[in-house]
Design a protein around this ligand. Structure first.
Ligand SMILES: Cc1cc2nc3c(=O)[nH]c(=O)nc-3n(C[C@H](O)[C@H](O)[C@H](O)COP(=O)(O)O)c2cc1C
Ligand code: SF4
Ligand code: FES
Length: 628
């Protein structure tokens, strides 16, 4: 998957072809025996520091690569050689890690880095809002100095089309706004928005044409819209004047009092686990494993234990973790610290996707405040930065990545609860799972189970994007139907659009027709229809869209993001994407391929990749000339 972005790049600096990849393989062999030069060593030391007494930590390799990549806008061969020497690692190891991640740009001798890289999201929601046009027209507008490449979902689907200029997000991107940011200007921010807040005004909406509007992610009130405003939440009064509840505000509103009670022993760990179990809280990263049970399992393993927090949020259509993190970071941090204490983990590693640059700055700042004035003794907390690889959201791949390696999923058993990060029993959680811990324990599990619809219990944060009037994070009762979600929480369909189909669970969760819009949306309710809710990323399609186009977009995404370890996934996604591009689908071959991928792939990516195509064959055969 390395350098794939460059392979797809339409612009002037698209430098890597298949031939050059082969050449780089040979060059790699040459690099093996290459000696570092003094200048490169000094340059590397200036960024990563001089070698400490016991040597550099191996697990910090990706962090060090980031420093070089940020500073030189790429990774020069000579720096990789020097880094390998400084870290006392084989050159092959450094190179294989650097070449795995999309955001690392390996530069050959004499090759210069593009002055600026613009990544335009080509995920489904952005594609529906004009991303293709941006990708076609931007190179001419921005000139040869700027490299324009397509990128998978960047977690801003409610702001589609979205782009990144270097690391700066450009929501509701237009040719003008991207050019403005490239020129050093400030993008039109939601606060400067001249028009309606976050509404999709119709086919080829104002945004796609360049209009800019602010987030209405949540139908909130006044100027501080946020998912929390939807609820009889949050604990504490108000959310303050600023858009973020910072450390001082959070504490002033009673924050960290619960964690203090638990750490002091006033509230027993067993009671905390009991509350989680009674609430029925399930993992919100997609797999839905019961949180309380997971805490119990990891707690029973031998110490030392570790925790890993998953804020990779790479599932196309998902942006709930970012939305909450941007507004209320300490609610999550308190949940994490409670989990660390109850399960007895000695360190917490937070893995945040690279695309969330502002969130990283925010989290660093808020962590610094917390650590400077801790409400109780804190465990070691390390913030780690992803490097552009969807597969690193898979729990064992994430662990490999935190260890500074290629993000390749591990075979199980052993499960990471037993043998995880650095070989230790590891509690891994999605951001949002931890975000709810405080409220559930403080308010009692009945508070959480008191929500629910159509026979289901609890709350779900739906990331809704696509053809609805008000896309955004919609906190709603578990079991709400798509029809209710769109009508009650999203202001209905966008003007000129009628419901045609929807994806209930991002790229992996399949596609359902409008006739199935009355199914309760929750864990376990969608399996009979060949779908699942996953991270509750709902993408809504209208009569202007086709399910087959959505499925092809998803299959190309999986092809791009397959780590390549297993043949059924690596070859199957590529082959399926080719077949799905044909006007009439070869349904038999696609069904065979799907079966092999489901049966023989190591991890959930390969196992779930066929879901969208299977859905098209089951529910939309008329689109592809196939028999249902
Ligand atoms: C291909 C793939 C990608 C995943 N991406 C994410 C992700 O971005 N964020 C996340 O929290 N979980 C993701 N998961 C689920 C994790 O493997 C894991 O189940 C989760 O982090 C556990 O936390 P939870 O129990 O709190 O949900 C992914 C799984 C797969 C198979
Ligand atoms: S299924 Fe795909 S992503 Fe998962 S390990 Fe195999 S090749 Fe990698
Ligand atoms: S940000 Fe473009 S599809 Fe998610």
């Amino acid at each position: 998957m390395s350098n794939f972005d460059a392979l797809r790049a339409p612009a002037a600096h698209a430098t890597v072809s298949l031939d050059s990849l082969r050449r780089s393989g040979k060059r790699h062999a040459r690099l093996k025996g290459r000696q570092s030069d003094e200048l490169s060593v000094q340059e590397v030391r200036a960024l990563i520091g001089v070698r400490p007494e016991g040597g550099h930590r191996r697990d910090l390799l990706i962090e060090h690569l980031h420093r070089l990549n940020d500073h030189y806008r790429g990774l020069h061969d000579r720096h990789l050689v020097a880094l390998a020497q400084e870290m006392n690692l084989p050159m092959a190891e450094v190179y294989e890690v650097a070449s795995f991640y999309h955001h690392f740009e390996i530069l050959r001798e004499g090759q210069s880095a593009p002055a600026l890289t613009v990544r335009v999201c080509e995920g489904l929601s952005c594609e529906m809002q004009g991303a293709r046009t941006l990708l076609e027209k931007l190179p001419a507008v921005l000139g040869a100095e700027v490299r324009v490449i397509a990128a998978p979902c960047i977690g801003r689907c409610e702001q589609a089309p979205a782009a990144l200029v270097a690391q700066q997000a450009v929501p509701w991107a237009s040719l003008e706004s991207i050019a403005q940011v490239c020129g050093g200007g400030v993008p039109l921010t939601p606060a400067l928005s001249p028009e309606g807040r976050g509404s999709n005004s119709g086919p080829g909406s104002a945004r796609a044409r360049g209009g800019n509007s602010g987030p209405d992610s949540t139908q909130g009130k006044g100027g501080h819209a946020g998912p929390l405003d939807l609820l009889p939440l949050p604990l504490g009064e108000g959310r303050g004047e600023g858009p973020v509840v910072d450390f001082a505000q959070y504490q002033a509103q009673g924050g960290y009092a619960l964690a203090r009670r638990i750490v002091s022993g006033e509230l027993a760990a067993e009671d905390v686990i009991g509350a989680l179990e009674d609430s029925g809280l399930r993992g919100l990263g997609g797999a839905g494993f019961p949180a309380g049970r997971k805490w119990r399992i990891v707690r029973e393993q031998a110490a030392p234990r570790l925790m890993a927090v998953n804020i990779d949020e790479g599932e196309p259509g998902t942006f709930k973790d970012r939305t909450y993190l941007e507004r209320d970071p300490h609610r999550f941090l308190e949940g994490m610290l409670i989990a660390a204490h109850v399960v007895g983990t000695e360190a917490c590693y937070i893995y945040l996707r690279d695309e969330y640059h502002d969130c990283r700055a925010l989290l660093q700042a808020e962590l610094a405040k917390l650590q400077a004035d801790p409400p109780f003794a804190l465990p070691r907390i390390e913030l780690r930065r992803g490097a552009g690889a969807y597969i690193c959201g898979e729990e064992s791949a994430m662990i490999e990545s935190i260890e500074g390696k290629r993000g390749e999923p591990r075979m199980r058993p052993p499960y990471i609860a037993q043998v995880g990060l650095f070989g230790r029993p590891t509690l891994e959680h999605n951001f949002e799972t931890l975000y709810w811990v405080r409220d559930i324990v403080e308010r009692g599990p009945q508070w959480f189970t008191g929500f629910g619809a159509n026979g289901r219990r609890g709350l779900r944060s739906f990331s809704v994007s696509g053809r609805v009037r008000h896309p955004g994070v919609k906190l709603a009762p578990a079991g709400i139907t798509l029809r209710q979600l769109v009508a009650d929480r999203c202001g209905g369909m966008a003007d000129g659009h009628e419901l045609y189909a929807y994806l209930p669970g991002g790229a992996s969760g399949g596609i359902l027709p409008a006739s199935m819009a009355d199914i309760a949306l929750d864990f376990d309710t969608l399996q009979p229809y060949g779908c699942f809710i996953g991270s509750a990323a709902v993408i809504v399609l209208s009569q202007h869209d086709r399910a087959r186009d959505a499925a092809l977009n998803m299959m190309r995404f999986f092809e791009h993001e397959s780590c390549g370890q297993c043949t059924p996934c690596r070859v199957g996604t590529a082959k399926a994407a080719q077949l799905m591009a044909q006007p009439v689908w070869d349904a038999d071959t696609l069904r065979d391929l799907s079966e092999v991928m489901v049966d023989a792939s190591i991890c959930g990516l390969g196992q779930a990749a066929p879901n969208p195509l299977r859905s098209v064959l089951a529910h939309f055969p008329h689109e592809v000339g196939a028999q249902a």
